[in-house]
Design a protein around this ligand. Structure first.
Ligand code: AMP
Ligand code: ZN
Ligand code: FE
Ligand code: FE
Length: 273
């Protein structure tokens, strides 16, 4: 079976591998295709595409954005985006500025407690890299304030913890429209992440489908086969195609690329949408 992974982060956002390293890793993992889906930036795509051409891996240009749903950030994957589309660039500039505002608040709160972290330490002076809470979590681990990333989130960075600061998300309809305007196919990422009950989940999927989402990430590294089967039935019910990926972040998360198995046929079905 030809296998793929449609959810991979690089160090253009909060992954630890360069885009080229991630593509080479896909090759070593025996994958036929990989989608680069960094948070809020297409900056890693050109390097990944070049690496894919050099080592024989099909690279799908993608992105992962958070859209606002009743104040909560819902993750949307956008596949086959044109990274240079002006409306996409404009929107992502707004997101990166909003992240910077929020990140400065987090830095100030940490410094007030004697934790010496600057945005520059986190790569925040590199315009091509998107800094998020995982970078702060990693810095807390490096400085000995937490035992690992999960511990750092649990004690410091999660909602309701001391260094959590809110950021605003893109309005849902606008986010989906901009992905489609950039030639992208919007897909709902990891639908069980939000711990919604079934009526809430159905209502979210309905809203996203109305907004132009064409697929659902039913196969995911954190989901049991029964959960994937349930999501697959939901996708069918809403006329969405089934996609899958790992959410690989290099060493920043204990997730391996290419897990679970995702067959290449799912990519063909997505292309046909
Ligand atoms: P941000 O977008 O900067 O608010 O950060 C949110 C990101 O943090 C999410 O996309 C997740 O990838 C990551 N995240 C949330 N909780 C955890 C956790 N417990 N361990 C590792 N990463 C997490
Ligand atoms: Zn991430
Ligand atoms: Fe996500
Ligand atoms: Fe992700």
């Amino acid at each position: 079976m030809r296998r793929i992974d449609l959810h991979v982060h690089t160090n253009a956002s909060d992954g630890t591998m360069t885009p080229a390293e991630a593509v080479v890793h896909a090759r070593l993992r025996g994958l036929s295709a990989v989608a680069i889906t960094d948070h809020d930036t297409p900056a890693g795509i050109p390097e990944a595409v070049d690496a894919g051409a050099a080592c024989g891996v099909e690279v799908i240009p993608g992105i992962e954005v958070s859209v606002d749903y009743h104040g909560q950030g819902i993750h949307i994957l956008g596949y086959f985006i044109d990274p240079s589309a002006p409306s996409l660039r404009h929107l992502l500039n707004w997101v990166v500025n909003e992240r910077r505002r929020r990140n400065e608040e987090i830095c100030a709160a940490m410094r007030a407690d004697g934790i010496d972290i600057t945005l520059r330490d986190l790569g925040g002076d590199d315009p091509a890299s998107v800094v998020g809470r995982p970078h702060f979590a990693a810095a807390l681990v490096e400085r000995g304030y937490a035992s690992d990333i999960n511990d750092a989130f649990r004690r410091f960075m999660n909602r309701n913890q001391i260094y959590y600061r809110k950021r605003s998300y893109i309005p849902l309809r606008q986010g989906l429209r901009v992905i489609r305007d950039a030639g992208g196919k919007p897909v709902m990422a990891h639908p069980l992440q939000y711990r919604f009950d079934e009526p809430e989940l159905l209502s979210l999927v309905g809203t996203l489908t109305d907004g132009g989402v064409v697929g659902m990430e039913c196969l995911y590294s954190q989901y049991e086969p029964e959960q994937s089967a349930y999501l697959t039935s939901l996708a069918e019910r809403f006329g969405l195609c089934v996609t899958g990926g790992s959410d690989f972040h290099g060493t920043r998360k204990p997730i391996e690329m290419g897990v679970p198995d995702v067959p290449y046929e799912l990519l063909e079905a997505l292309k046909a949408r």
